[in-house]
Design a protein around this ligand. Sequence first.
Ligand SMILES: Cc1cc2nc3c(=O)[nH]c(=O)nc-3n(C[C@H](O)[C@H](O)[C@H](O)COP(=O)(O)OP(=O)(O)OC[C@H]3O[C@@H](n4cnc5c(N)ncnc54)[C@H](O)[C@@H]3O)c2cc1C
Ligand SMILES: Cc1cc2nc3c(=O)[nH]c(=O)nc-3n(C[C@H](O)[C@H](O)[C@H](O)COP(=O)(O)O)c2cc1C
Ligand code: SF4
Length: 647
Amino acid sequence: MEKKIKLVLDPIEVGPYVFKNRMIMSPMWTRYASVNGEVTQQLIDYYVARARSGVAMVIQESTAVDGRHVWKEPELRIDEDKFVPGLHRLVESVHNAGALVFVQLHHVGMFGTDPVAPSDVPSWGVTKFEQPRAMTLGEIEEARDLFIEAAYRAMEAGYDGVELHGSTSYLLQQFSSPHTNRRTDKYGGSIERRATLAREIIQGIREKCGSGFPVGYTTVPDEHLPDGIKLEEAIALMKILQREGIVYVHFLPGTYETLHYEQGRGTCMRQKRGQFDFSKAFKDALNIKVFARTMAQNDPFVWEEAFEKGEADAVVIGRAMLCDHDFPKKILEARIDDIRQCIRCNYCYESGVSKKFLLACSINPELGKEREYAIAGKVSHPKKVLVVGGGPGGLEAARVATLRGHKVTLMEKESELGGTMVTASLPIGKEEMKTFIEWQAHQCKKAGITIKCNREVTPKVVKKVKPDVIIVATGATPLIPKIPGVDRPHVVTAENVLKGIANVGKRVIIVGGRGQTGVETADFIVEKGLAKSVTIMTRSSVLAAEMNPTNRAYLMQVVWPKLGVKVVTHMDIVEITDNGVIAMDRQWQKHRFEADTVVLARGYTANRALYEALKGQVPELHAIGDCVKPRTVKDAVHEGAYIARQI
Ligand SMILES: Cc1cc2nc3c(=O)[nH]c(=O)nc-3n(C[C@H](O)[C@H](O)[C@H](O)COP(=O)(O)OP(=O)(O)OC[C@H]3O[C@@H](n4cnc5c(N)ncnc54)[C@H](O)[C@@H]3O)c2cc1C
Ligand SMILES: Cc1cc2nc3c(=O)[nH]c(=O)nc-3n(C[C@H](O)[C@H](O)[C@H](O)COP(=O)(O)O)c2cc1C
Ligand code: SF4
């Protein structure tokens, strides 16, 4: 019998509202605010695209109640009346698009521009230790009043309600946690006292805005710290806030210090999906509505089952709505195959945290460019386009060019599509990277693109096809360093180990740990028990410095200590011998390391030969992705999306 989605689509009552279904958009900072923290057209377009897709409610990203305490600038602000007109425009637009909108009120506490906290307990942020200053009584009262004033402004701007940000390690979590709150005044001590600040804020909002203006709360169910909040206390906190009149709760586990935990807040590729276990515990204890953040659990049939079992009242959907703004719509229309599923790469998180960029998605170039990238209609003069290479870059270029009305043929020299992304999906926990290739292939087929596999493009082929435009997306191949001994039989590439083409012996040395391939191959070998010992050797000082921080934290803090991968930094291989390698340290000292297999993971070289050969031979020639310079899926897909909109 075909499974049916029913409860997901059923209305529910939340405070004074009837939600049209049980899908809510999760709060996610974007950095689309202006440098001063005002609403921009880009931000409105982003929210409208998602509201239009059919969610019952949008929870607007963390929005600062105090402009002196923001996390990363620019952060959207609501701490002065001058922000109200822009916020009103945003609210009006989301309402017109058919969704309710709550704003998440945020004070960053110790992780912001002026680190303050209930006590001066230092804590690990994403990239460094923060030493906060303990807030004075006057500062706490000021913060409380700023939350209340912000809620009033939200009401004036037309929001349907506010949500207090009591998770993600920020100020309200810092107050509720025994780990960060060591105060001895009325704001510290038992959970009742640690709840004082949140209680006073809610009471103040009710006094100023009236009891008809609803307040929600996002909390931490377990900090995973020995002296942090545990589930029992988290529930006790919510019982207290329920008495104060909050209408719903949802939650995010962990802290920045415990980013790597299995059910932490980083939600990297290997972490546990979903949080219906937490939501069930809250539902059993509370009378208010309990929502579950999806935490990478994006299967509507799993939600349906959870609703049926009474484990949650609604789901709060995050990244799935970044990589496909029509995710809810496709569920409503039962077009599950058309959903561009999140691959959990966490580039969206990285773009704003370790990099200083705007929110972006590696596989959805339209994110943040909803207006600019909308495909309005077909081109008036369709061109004959040849795309060379069926990796993620080539497939995206082919898909978009076809949607714009061009006649596209894609040729791929291998028997299957996907290029290096097929290899990229082989390391442990990365299987879902393949879903993107499957989605691209499905969309290209639906669009009617002629795809020819087992077809290597050469200048001769191009002469025969006579395209108006060529988009070269030929990717890259593993770099083989020219060191003595590199051609010995026990030297293999990381790619071949992952593909199962090359076997490894008992003792393995991986050469190259700066990028993620070496690190992931080491993990693959130890997890699968392919060798007895694995050593990664890198000439740099940090391993996989460019790897996504949440994925990196999980691998290094959870997996490796268990499996015993050895790391040697500041060491450059100078020769591969019969039984190992000779390497030189920063003091010009040579060292011998024994190994049965040497695995090369020294990066990639761009396949530029075809592009160079075609220069001047065709009317229009473009190169995208790794064949320009070996980088990432994001670069390949975004360049494909861009070029296809230019031709
Ligand atoms: C182990 C590993 C892990 C990785 N992990 C990640 C990750 O986690 N995140 C991330 O963003 N990136 C990751 N990458 C990198 C990512 O896979 C690449 O950046 C991306 O696939 C590049 O896409 P592309 O379309 O430019 O090229 P490719 O994916 O390399 O595709 C190029 C295609 O062109 C075809 N081709 C070449 N020449 C011709 C020709 N003459 N005629 C026809 N076809 C031709 C090739 O067969 C290939 O299918 C990883 C790579 C590896 C190896
Ligand atoms: C880029 C990004 C920004 C986020 N910003 C916020 C935020 O402002 N407030 C918040 O409570 N959670 C924030 N989160 C957490 C998400 O809302 C969501 O709960 C989390 O990513 C896990 O669920 P998912 O798998 O559905 O994305 C953010 C997550 C990401 C990836
Ligand atoms: S960047 Fe990666 S994790 Fe983030 S939404 Fe896109 S696919 Fe998902």
